[in-house]
Write a protein that binds this ligand. Structure first.
Ligand code: MSP
Length: 524
């Protein structure tokens, strides 16, 4: 079944100044679950991720490590950022690097068009800049401290480090022209920015008035050259945002159709960079006469010990610390289930461990093991052909529809919670129906058939519905259920009709979520 509807989802492109932590993996996983879900429901899906490799921050990091920036970026991409995708089992369609020549050409085509259409002028920028944020700052965004190493200096509130004072001849984008159009956009397309808290903050920010944006730098040269003035490079954010369109062919006359088919996108970003995506980016697109994004979703932060996790504060946790102990499926499930998508969430090893045990091992995993073992023992492995209890059939159909609606609203935690209603109900159903008691009474063989068929009906639907979240465990479960082909090829909205794509016989299943050795305590 193919609805053919286009669904294009993106993650931010990550700075290659450092290696990934679980905050970065969180966005990757969320985007991947959305992409897998849409792909499986038959939508014309495209998922994009990548790395942001230009700008002063990367240049300084490379220099500090005695390397040329390109060499540094190549190394980080190959040893850290691409491997992250394996670690958390991402099935992205494309990986973009801002140093890709096709991207650089697209950036130049875009900026030239804006220049030709009168949206760019030359001026002098005088003000503050935080290299950590790669962002121009106003005075009221800075904090002053009376003590410590930086006493008396103006610090970036996010990085707690001094900002730099710039005075440069720059090219400016007339962003202020777009204030009203942006406010109209937020008003007419209420789900353009999600969640509500981020939307309100953006509307308030834009309502206060917009300044023009400096979009070039001339004091260093690690970036895309401004086509009409090669002594300037394009401002790193202006360059980076364009990845979303250059990836799918913007600026390439050979790829016009592809661009038209895929654009606009759903952007998943951390709330700290929502402003770039919901203000600067749509203004750039409006100036170029291109459609604005479908949606910008600003998710919350992962907190460790109550603070935004970060490498510089030494609270960074590498994704593989978790996946090595619990597996990639548990990683994906845990972060998307335990944290309301859009809100901040605290990470702790204890909580992860408790949910793994209760929800994955005892909840879903045990349901699968018990049922498959009973079908093997009582029916020689053949899933009985029998009437399905209406209550379970209805619930399975309802959670399929409810989860799909929730994914459509980017409420990923809610989608999983809906599916879990079926996990919990099936566990209870088996306890209530006591198949092991029915099995002792030959007169109740028909009822045993119905109970096993009903529970299997639900379990097969779970394999299909949970495959976007836990691809590995559900692939194993699918094989154990006699599935033919790959579970992700079973159309999602027909999850309850899974049996037609199986042999009808079960095979042995090793525990989906085995008991684990406690991971090293104190790692967080
Ligand atoms: N390069 C820019 C994005 C350009 S997109 C056109 C950038 N890169 S980043 O590597 O610094 O951050 C990427 C993403 O990671 C951001 O969305 C940020 O919110 C997210 N996170 C960084 N720390 C995080 C947590 N502790 N928790 C959740 N997300 C976090 O910004």
């Amino acid at each position: 079944m193919s609805s053919g509807e286009s669904f294009f989802v993106t993650t931010p492109i990550f700075y290659v100044n450092d290696v990934p932590h679980i905050g970065h993996a969180y966005t990757e996983v969320a985007a991947d679950v959305l992409a897998r879900w849409h792909r499986q429901r038959g939508d014309d899906t495209w998922s994009l991720t990548g790395t942001d490799e230009h700008g002063q921050k990367i240049l300084r990091t490379a220099t500090a490590n005695g390397m040329a920036p390109q060499e540094w970026a190549d190394r980080l991409v190959e040893t850290a950022w691409k491997p992250l995708l394996q670690t958390v089992d991402i099935a992205n369609d494309q990986y973009i690097r801002t140093t890709d020549p096709a991207h650089e050409r697209g950036v130049q085509a875009f900026i030239q068009q804006l220049r030709d259409d009168g949206h760019i002028y030359e001026g002098v920028y005088e003000g503050y800049y935080c290299v950590g944020c790669e962002e121009y700052k106003t005075r009221d965004e800075l904090v002053e401290t009376a003590d410590g190493d930086y006493a008396g200096e103006l610090l970036c509130a996010i990085h707690s480090r001094p900002v730099e004072i710039l005075k440069e001849k720059n090219y400016f984008f007339r962003m202020s022209d777009f204030q009203q159009q942006l406010l109209d956009l937020y008003g007419s397309q209420p789900d353009f920015i999600q969640p509500e808290s981020v939307r309100n903050e953006i509307i308030q920010f834009v309502s206060q008035g917009l300044e023009d944006l400096s979009i070039s730098r001339s004091s260093f040269d690690w970036g895309v050259k401004v086509p009409w003035d090669e002594s300037h490079v394009v401002y790193v954010w202006f360059d980076a945002l364009l990845n979303y369109v250059t990836a799918i062919g913007y600026g390439d006359p050979q790829r016009v159709e592809e661009f038209r088919r895929r654009w606009p996108a759903v952007h998943l970003v951390g709330k700290d960079i929502a402003r770039f995506h919901a203000v600067i980016w749509p203004a750039m697109l409006m100036a170029a006469g291109l459609p604005v994004p479908k949606r910008v979703f600003g998710h919350g932060w992962l907190l460790v010990g109550g603070e935004k996790m970060s490498k510089s504060k030494l609270t960074g946790i590498a994704p593989q610390q978790i996946t090595e102990a619990f597996g990639s499926d548990a990683f994906r499930y845990y972060f998307l289930r335990a944290i309301t998508f859009g809100q901040d969430g605290s990470f702790s090893w204890e909580d992860l461990s408790a949910r793994y045990q209760a929800e994955l091992a005892n909840g879903f995993g045990n349901l699968a093991s018990r049922l498959i073992a009973m079908i093997a023992r009582y029916r020689g492995g053949a899933i009985p052909e029998a009437e399905i209890d209406a209550e379970i059939a209805e619930l399975a159909a309802r959670v399929t529809a409810d989860a799909d609606d929730a994914v459509g609203r980017v409420e990923i935690h809610q989608a999983i919670a809906h599916v879990w209603r079926l996990v919990d109900r099936l566990n209870l159903y088996i306890t209530e129906q006591e198949p092991w008691v029915l099995a002792k009474d030959a007169a109740r063989a028909r009822r045993l058939d119905q109970v096993l068929a009903t529970a299997a009906h639900g379990l097969g639907a779970l394999a299909v519905l949970l495959s976007p979240v836990m691809p590995k465990a559900t692939a194993r479960l699918w094989t154990a259920l006699g599935g033919e082909g790959a579970v992700q090829d079973v159309p999602l909205l027909q999850a309850t009709e899974w049996k037609a794509q199986t042999t009808g016989s079960v095979q042995a299943l090793e525990a989906l979520f085995p008991r684990i050795e406690e991971p090293e305590a104190g790692a967080a």
